[in-house]
Design a protein around this ligand. Structure first.
Ligand code: MV4
Length: 444
């Protein structure tokens, strides 16, 4: 591979460029009119304007991006996360032009994109799924009957959704009746299908995902877990590995189950299998993400593996370079997603970053950011400014390093969620590692 187009922006574009650079691969960045001054644009071998600021006029313009890829004669496209990364039609289009899509096969993206089909596929493969309807629900009567059988609370989920989008928690029948029609019509608007299904709601659980990789020779390995239970409105805030909750017995079982899931679909490239784990350590498949995840650095720190390099090598037909038995973890990593947001009202806080000084002069911290002092956080895209990853021998040391870091953070011009991190870091439940998905809600 000689040249890769990165169909993304910000920190992940920069992250991919770094690995390409190390591998001697040229890069083509795309940018919208408001992103012209961003560091990733300058770091790429070449950068091409893809359109105006709104995502529909820039980073989601599949045809325009493909046109740029062709005229720049790239060998492959790396989609990063979000935008077109899990868009099967885009992956298909890329492939039809003889360009490599750095990700799994189109058919797998399609399969995993439909949450009812993916659930069914996993169930047939012997992977435990949450008790639920298992099929699309047309009427509220049907929804009530299913919920009565499995018992409330239930979660109403859009089959085209995922990552918490298009999900509604219903404590009782009344709430379900209230949510049903609006969830269906919202699903139609956002995902182009109004199909919805129901699952039993697993309360006060852990959200644990397993990183997997498959190559084109049929080898599949796992790269351990990430605990993503600390979320706010289905937005991940903190991710860590190893999970402080899992016992060794469950940990081994969950890895084996993730491998079984990936093997069942002949998975290739990087993927993440999400599980919900209840208080008794029963775990159930939720969904599979067919892309590189935002939180992939957590896995990179504990394994020492460059996940983007593996993605590129696998996409060009190379085998996974290690056996499962050779993949080891050391230490503990915790990632915090720093957002430009009002910490009190939890609303995005766009604006110019007038001062930005990272205290990253210690080996304990890795900062993945797409911003520099003087850049502007615009309202058009996700307001994440940086991922701050702490990596030390023990979990307690990582917590202490994070506390020092956020107390000394110098960032001006925008508001950030750093005050939330400080509150979390001094919380005893967090320190003990005994938090659940209800943690942030309860903390307030
Ligand atoms: C669930 C669940 C409990 N029961 N599904 C959120 C993100 C998406 N990938 C799946 N998510 C969840 N699905 C069932 N059947 C719990 C979550 C969940 C969560 C829910 C409420 C508050 C915080 C949460 C954090 C992680 C996962």
């Amino acid at each position: 591979m000689q040249k890769i187009l990165i169909a993304n922006r910000g920190e992940i574009a920069l992250r991919i460029i770094k690995t390409c650079h190390q591998m001697g691969i040229e890069t083509v960045a795309i940018y919208s009119e408001v992103d012209k001054e961003m560091p990733y644009v300058k770091a790429a071998s070449k950068a091409v304007c893809v359109g105006e600021a709104p995502v529909n006029k820039s980073y989601l313009r599949a045809n325009k991006i493909l046109e740029i890829a062709k005229s720049e004669m790239v060998d492959a496209i790396h989609p990063g996360y979000g935008f077109l990364s899990e868009n099967a039609a885009f992956a298909e289009l890329v492939k039809s032009e003889g360009i490599i899509f750095i990700g799994p096969d189109v058919e797998i993206i399609k399969l995993m994109g439909d949450k009812i089909v993916s659930r069914k596929t996993m169930e047939l493969a012997g992977v435990p799924v949450v008790p639920g309807s298992g099929h699309g629900l047309d009427t509220i009567e049907e929804a009530c009957t299913v919920s009565e059988t499995i018992g409330y609370p239930v979660m109403l989920k859009a089959s085209g959704g995922g990552g918490g989008i298009g999900m509604v928690l219903c404590e009782n029948e009344q709430a379900l009746i209230k949510a049903f029609d609006s969830t269906k019509s919202r699903a139609q608007t956002y995902f182009g299908t109004n199909e919805v299904f129901i699952e039993k709601y697993i309360a006060e659980a852990r959200h644990i995902e397993v990183q997997v990789f498959g190559d084109q020779k049929g080898n599949i390995v796992h790269l351990f877990e990430r605990d993503c239970s600390i979320q706010r409105r289905h937005q991940k805030v903190i991710e860590e590995s190893p999970s402080p909750f899992l016992t060794e017995e469950t940990r081994k079982k969950i890895y084996q189950t993730a491998l079984k899931a990936a093997k069942a679909v002949g998975y290739t490239n990087a993927g993440t299998i999400e599980f919900i784990v209840d208080e008794n350590e029963n775990f159930y498949f939720l969904e599979m993400n067919t892309r590189l995840q935002v939180e992939h650095p957590v896995t990179e720190m504990i394994t020492g593996i460059d996940l983007v390099e593996w993605q590129i090598r696998i996409a060009q037909g190379e085998p996974i370079p290690m056996l499962q038995s050779q993949i080891k973890t050391t230490g503990h990593a915790i990632e915090f997603r720093l957002y430009a947001e009002d910490p009190v009202r939890f609303l995005p806080s766009p604006g110019k970053i007038t001062k930005l000084v990272w205290n990253d002069k210690t080996p304990d911290v890795r900062i993945d950011t797409g911003y520099q002092e003087g850049n502007t956080v615009t309202p058009y895209y996700d307001p994440m400014i940086a991922k701050c990853i702490f990596y030390t021998d023990t979990r307690m040391e990582a917590i202490q390093a994070a506390e020092r870091f956020f107390n000394d953070l110098q960032i001006e011009g925008i508001k950030t969620n750093a005050p939330l991190f400080i509150n979390i870091l001094v919380n005893n439940e967090f320190k003990k590692g005994s938090y659940t998905t209800a943690f942030i809600k309860k903390m307030k």
